[in-house]
Design a protein around this ligand. Structure first.
Ligand SMILES: [Zn+2]
Ligand SMILES: [Zn+2]
Length: 367
């Protein structure tokens, strides 16, 4: 048993409470990681507020970065002392995982929001009460976390964990949507709806692949300024330009080749469909609005709408690709990061919700 200090969500919507937790020793296929830093993602907030299959009490956090302390007997590719970045877990055995589509793993709901092991067991307790501590296979709002070698990417000593903890979920989601799914490339046009972490990552990736028109859409001026600094060629403030579809068509000379929605707003998704070029594609990465998409518009123009989870990443490949872009100087995500001591996790969440901080990263003392 390992004693950890963790931010526990005891009930829907409540502030997280930092307290001592008893974490299991690693099972045969698990690794124990001393967490150095963990990014805060909007999905943590959704889970805190009771989204999906979340059961309380639970430890959130799914962008952990740290050092392996101990490995189970069946672990082959990791050893104590390895520095790792943690991504979302998957089973590795189902048909989708075998096809490299781990973002759509059949056990995905259980291993992400369900936050239990596949056999239904929890990984932690407080005072004898079971606490779910496998959120996305990690629950890294904690000084120690259990993961597996599937969802841990070993990184070199040159990778500063306190920065790269920002990259493993939202950044991979936005970059992956552009690099692996949407028709974006040299001479193409992309619009991004919403300029949080996912949207700004998409902007950086679109610039990296040479898109000629990159439109950022938001109603927060500071975010639009970030977008411009990171490569957006145009911005649309929906507060002052309410006819989004028309604005998109004007900027892109008739319609965008690709649009990525990160907002989940049905109204914006509908405008996006109307702002697509013939054969254009709308990616949905921000959850469900009820857009009432005009299906005839899709058919006549050969347009399509595609849901995208985790940027379609396969295991840690999406993250590796992002690290490669960063090494080449083409993914300057550090500009978006703001650090908080772990104990200020609730403030970090509030600043993320208010828009004051694009990408909060929690730092654990001693590192
Ligand atoms: Zn699977
Ligand atoms: Zn996330």
């Amino acid at each position: 048993m390992v004693k950890a200090l963790a931010a526990v969500a005891w009930e829907r919507g409540a502030h997280l409470s930092v307290e001592e937790l008893e974490l299991d020793d690693p099972r045969d296929d698990e690794v124990l990681v001393k967490i150095a830093a963990c990014g805060v993602c909007h999905t943590d907030v959704k889970a805190r507020d009771g989204y999906g299959s979340v059961v309380f009490p639970i430890v959130l956090g799914h962008e952990g970065a740290g050092t392996v302390l101990e490995v189970g007997r069946a672990v082959r590719d990791l050893a104590p002392g390895d520095r790792v970045l943690l991504v979302s877990d998957y089973c590795g055995r189902c048909a989708r995982c075998r096809a490299g589509r781990t973002a759509y793993c059949e056990e995905g709901p259980l291993r992400t929001f369900g936050a239990v092991r596949p056999d239904g067991s929890t990984r932690a307790r407080i005072g004898g009460e079971a606490v779910r501590a496998s959120f996305f296979g990690q629950s890294a709002f904690s000084t120690y976390a259990l993961a597996s070698e599937r969802n841990a990417l070993k990184v070199s000593d040159e990778i500063p964990l306190h920065l790269f903890a920002a990259t493993t979920c939202g950044m991979v989601t936005g970059a992956g949507a552009v690099l692996q799914v949407l028709p974006v490339g040299p001479g193409r046009s992309l619009a991004v709806l919403g300029t949080g972490t996912v949207g700004l990552a998409a902007v950086m990736a679109a610039r990296a692949v040479g898109a000629s028109i990159i439109v950022a859409v938001d109603q927060r001026r500071t975010r639009l300024e970030h977008a411009r600094a990171l490569g957006a060629t145009h911005v649309i403030d929906t507060g002052t330009h309410p006819d989004l579809a028309q604005s998109l068509r004007e900027i892109s000379n008739g319609g965008c080749d690709a649009i990525l929605d990160t907002t989940g707003s049905g109204e914006l998704q509908l405008a996006a469909v109307q702002g697509l070029a013939v054969l254009g594609q709308l990616g949905i990465a921000g959850g469900g609005g009820e857009p009432g998409v005009p299906l005839g518009t899709l058919m006549v123009g050969g347009r399509s709408v595609r849901g995208i989870i985790q940027g379609d990443s396969s295991g840690t490949l999406g993250l590796q690709r992002l690290l490669g872009l960063h090494r080449a100087g083409m993914f300057p995500f550090e500009r978006l990061v703001r650090h908080y001591p772990f104990e200020e996790v609730n403030q970090a969440i509030e600043d993320s919700l208010s828009g004051d901080t694009v990408k909060p990263v929690l730092l654990f003392s001693g590192d």
